[in-house]
Design a protein around this ligand. Structure first.
Ligand code: IMP
Ligand code: MG
Length: 180
């Protein structure tokens, strides 16, 4: 088993605080939380229950082409379900902000769709890895350049089901996927 980095309890405490913060700075209307598949599914499920008041949920998928070790500048966004975002107060939710390509592409896609407001919320921020100049509005934990798994995050399709976040010992870039 990979070594524990953040326990389920530590994650739950922080997610509760993020939920309250999202409502506090976002008014009283329904917030539309948009998770980036697949990695954000677990975080989104917890976050939506931590936001007081009405929330709605949508998902988008981001795929990046080129080098598999990190997302490239060409990130393709697609919507597996309806993108009913016009006039909505949206929050883009991802588990990790790494190079920034994925979050920047998601925000750019939403900006073309006539949303009322956009905020971004990530559980983990690896600022040292940033390539695109983008910061998230809400960050759960700033972390160093580690490859983490669990809580929805995979390494070669494994470990998404772990209830905690863990580090994998040997980072093998060939094993990383570019489909979230
Ligand atoms: P970015 O476009 O480089 O910011 O990458 C963000 C995406 O890369 C996330 O949505 C994750 O799918 C993936 N990713 C980045 N770092 C990690 C990690 O440490 N573990 C698992 N997936 C990661
Ligand atoms: Mg992956």
């Amino acid at each position: 088993m990979p070594e524990s980095y953040l326990s389920a309890e530590e994650i739950a405490d922080r997610v509760r605080a993020l939920g309250a913060e999202l409502r506090g700075s976002g008014g009283e209307g329904a917030l539309l939380l948009i998770g980036i598949l697949k990695g954000a599914a677990v975080f989104l499920a917890d976050l939506l229950r931590a936001v007081p008041g009405p929330v709605d949920v949508a998902f988008l998928r981001a795929r990046s082409y080129g080098d598999r070790t990190e997302s490239s500048g060409t990130v393709e966004i697609d919507w597996p379900g309806p993108a009913d975002v016009e006039g909505r107060d949206v929050v883009v939710v991802d588990t990790v902000l790494d190079t920034g390509h994925t979050l920047a592409a998601a925000v750019a896609d939403l900006e073309k769709r006539g949303v009322q407001s956009i905020r971004t919320c990530v559980l983990l921020d690896k600022a040292a890895r940033r390539v695109v100049p983008i910061e998230a509005d809400l960050v759960g934990f700033p972390i160093p350049d580690l490859f983490v798994v669990g809580y929805g995050l995979d390494h070669a399709g494994r470990y998404r089901e772990l209830p905690y976040l863990a580090t994998v010992e040997e980072r093998d870039p060939r094993m990383e996927t570019n489909d979230g």
